[in-house]
Design a protein around this ligand. Structure first.
Ligand SMILES: [Zn+2]
Ligand SMILES: [Zn+2]
Length: 341
């Protein structure tokens, strides 16, 4: 079968590899859609690349099932939860697969979905109803699931003014969910392409940080008070600081964008403002049904997919994603050539 490989220094190859074999308790899924994510870019730019096939936001149709697979059968449409956890530790038993110390993420620790087929444990497969596309199913697996978990923890609702920093796929997903919840959403984004997308998806104000200071703009919008909630999806020192600075006293901030270090000023930024600052990472399998319900009730996840590529166009797909002139870029392995919808 064909599979995408990140071979280092932003080079992408499509190679022939053997089709995965079913193991006990595992299934093989024919990939219907697999999305490129910002977290693929570390391996994309790294000189050594990555030996594993990328792709951790995947949906498709079950092709084969291994021994002791009880619930899933060939032909089932499934969305994949990408955290292959041990299943027996304290965290797994509590449903917190995200905390499992032995977790392996597909597309990083084991082969992922940018291929014709992907192998995955049965328990990572969640039914995808016929009225949801494979693209929508793939996006549940990160671009929608990740912001959803943060928004749920923050308790955002229609009474809140929410600032979103970074309108990449996760930020766009956050915007969709927040607008669905009837929040007033203020988006801060450097890319003009994504600024336009944010406007189209209903952002009440879009701030270009190259034109004006986002904290000043957000304060002005709220008559000096600050926003109720800020969500940082950019994962940068500057945006994390702006998120802390733009919220009102006793406001809430979520850090969602990954970042190793940042310099913050605890006294001014959150001790004396009595802020609630949370971290939020991915989402748990138990939230899958909630995500399906959200999409069915009107969170139009398809709207953040801007490009669809066949596997053979993998280099172009990654370049398009990296350019910032895109929302979510997905592989549709069954198709030939490029198709923009
Ligand atoms: Zn991702
Ligand atoms: Zn575990």
């Amino acid at each position: 079968m064909r599979a995408v490989k990140l071979v280092g220094n932003a080079r992408v190859e499509v190679v022939d590899v053997s089709k995965p074999k079913v193991k006990r308790g595992w299934v093989v899924v024919k990939v219907g859609a697999s999305a490129i994510c910002g977290s693929d870019l570390h391996a994309y730019f790294a000189p050594e690349g990555d030996s594993f096939t990328p792709g951790h936001e995947v949906a498709g149709e079950v092709a084969e099932v291994g021994e002791q697979v009880a619930r899933i059968k060939p032909g089932d449409r499934v969305a994949i939860n990408n955290m292959v956890s041990c299943g027996i530790c304290k965290f797994c038993q509590q449903g917190d697969w995200i905390f499992c110390n032995d977790v392996q993420v597909i597309g990083g620790d084991i082969d992922g979905g940018d291929a014709e087929y992907v192998a995955i444990p049965e328990r990572n497969c969640f039914p995808l109803p016929n009225d949801l596309s494979f693209g929508e199913g793939a996006l549940l697996g990160d671009a929608v699931g990740t912001p959803y978990r943060a928004i749920k923890a923050l308790g955002a609702n229609g009474a809140h003014i929410v600032a979103v920093f970074g309108l990449g796929p996760v930020g766009l997903g956050a915007l969709l969910i927040l607008k669905f919840l009837n929040c007033e959403v203020l988006a801060v984004e450097v890319s003009s392409y994504r600024q336009k997308m944010a406007k189209k998806l209903g952002a009440d104000m879009v701030v270009d940080p190259n034109e004006k200071n986002p904290v000043d703009a957000l304060k002005k919008y709220t008559r000096g008070e600050g926003v109720d909630i800020a969500i940082d999806c950019a994962g940068k020192d500057i945006t994390e600081n702006q998120a802390l600075d733009c919220v009102k006293k006793r406001g809430k901030v979520a850090f969602v964008g990954e970042n190793k270090t940042a310099h913050i000023r605890p006294s001014d930024q959150f001790i004396r403002k009595e802020l609630t600052v949370i971290g939020s990472w991915y989402f748990n399998a138990g939230e899958h049904e909630e995500l399906i319900r959200l999409v069915r009730r009107g969170v139009k996840t398809e709207e953040i997919i801007t490009h669809r590529f066949s596997l053979e166009k993998a280099q172009e797909a990654f370049s398009t994603f990296v350019s910032g002139e895109s929302g979510k870029v997905i592989f549709v392995p069954a198709r030939n050539g490029y198709c923009q919808e």
